[in-house]
Design a protein around this ligand. Structure first.
Ligand SMILES: Nc1ncnc2c1ncn2[C@@H]1O[C@H](COP(=O)(O)OP(=O)(O)OP(=O)(O)O)[C@@H](O)[C@H]1O
Length: 244
C-alpha cells in the first residue's frame, strides 16, 4: 500500500522532555487511520507534525514524495487540512466562514462551490446565509469539515471532532467522513477517544502511549490486542473509556 505520510524515526521534545519517541510508520493513501491512546500520549502532537504546526527535532516525515521540510508552507496547508473539536468560527455567515481559506489566498469562493461544499456535509444551501452563532454543535462541526474541503486537501487530520457532540450528531459526522473519504479518496487521520468509533470508521488504528506507538494494524486489533498494556487500555483499566 502507498504511504500518504511516512514517519522515519521521528522524535519530538519540549524543553528537553521527550513527547514523541522514535515514531516510524505510515498512514496509507486513501485510507482512514484512527489514533487512540490515553490522554497525554502524544496524539495531537503527532497530528501537528503532519501539517507543519510543529517540526520534528529529528527523523523524517515524508508527504507524497516530498520531505515535509521542503514544502512551501502555504502548499502544505492546502495539501493537509485539519479540523478540531472546537470547530472555531469567525463571526458572520456560514458563507464567510467557508470562504475564509480562499480569502487568505486573495481568492473568492463561488456560490456554486459553497453550495457543493454544504452538500458534501449534508447541509442545505439555506445555511449559507445563517450566522455561525446560530449553528448547533453538530452543524458547526459540519461547516468546519466543509471548510477544510475548500482547498481539496489530499490529507485530512481530525482531532476529536465528535467528542462534544450528542450520539445522533456523532453518527452523522462519522457517516459523512466515510462518505468524503470514498468520494474524494482523501487520506484521513482521526484522533478519537471513542474506541467503538475507531473500530467502526477506520480501516487502520495506531495505539499510542507515553509518546510511543505500542500497536498498529487493522482496527480489529482493538478487539484482541497483542500488547498487554493495550489490552488493559481497551478494557478501560487505564482510567479511560472501554470498548465494551
Ligand atoms: N506546548 C506544550 N508545552 C509543554 N508540554 C506540552 C505542550 N504540548 C503538549 N505537551 C505535553 O505533551 C504530551 C502530549 O500531549 P498531546 O496533546 O499530544 O497528547 P494527546 O495524546 O493528544 O492527549 P489528549 O488525548 O489529552 O488530547 C503531554 O504530556 C502534554 O502535557
Amino acid at each position: 500500500m502507498k504511504p500518504a505520510i511516512q514517519f522515519n524515526s521521528v522524535n519530538y521534545s519540549i524543553d528537553g522532555h521527550p513527547i514523541l519517541r522514535n515514531i516510524s510508520g505510515a498512514f496509507y493513501d486513501g485510507e482512514i487511520t484512527t489514533l487512540v491512546g490515553p490522554s497525554g500520549a502524544g496524539k495531537t502532537t503527532l497530528l501537528k507534525l503532519c501539517n507543519g504546526l510543529l517540526s520534528p527535532k529529528d527523523g523524517d516525515i515524508t508527504i507524497g514524495n516530498l520531505n515535509i521540510n521542503d514544502y512551501d508552507p502555504v502548499e502544505l496547508r492546502r495539501t493537509v487540512g485539519m479540523a478540531l473539536q472546537s470547530a472555531p468560527m469567525i463571526d458572520g455567515s456560514v458563507h464567510k466562514n467557508l470562504a475564509l481559506p480562499l480569502e487568505l489566498q486573495g481568492k473568492r469562493l463561488p456560490d456554486i462551490q459553497a453550495r457543493d461544499l454544504l452538500n458534501d456535509v449534508g447541509l442545505s444551501e439555506d445555511f449559507l446565509q445563517r450566522t455561525s452563532k446560530e449553528l448547533s454543535g453538530g452543524q458547526r462541526q459540519k461547516v468546519s469539515i466543509a471548510r477544510t474541503l475548500v482547498n481539496r486537501p489530499q490529507i485530512l487530520l481530525l482531532d476529536e471532532i465528535t467528542s462534544s457532540l450528542d450520539q445522533v450528531s456523532q453518527k452523522e459526522i462519522e457517516e459523512l467522513i466515510v462518505k468524503i473519504n470514498r468520494k474524494y479518496g482523501v487520506t484521513i487521520v482521526w484522533i478519537t477517544h471513542n474506541l467503538k468509533q475507531a473500530l467502526n470508521v477506520g480501516a487502520y488504528t495506531w495505539v499510542m502511549m507515553a509518546g510511543e506507538i505500542v500497536e498498529t494494524g487493522e482496527s480489529e486489533l482493538l478487539e484482541s490486542p497483542s500488547n498487554e498494556r493495550v489490552r488493559q487500555f481497551v478494557k478501560g483499566e487505564l482510567g479511560w473509556g472501554s470498548l465494551h
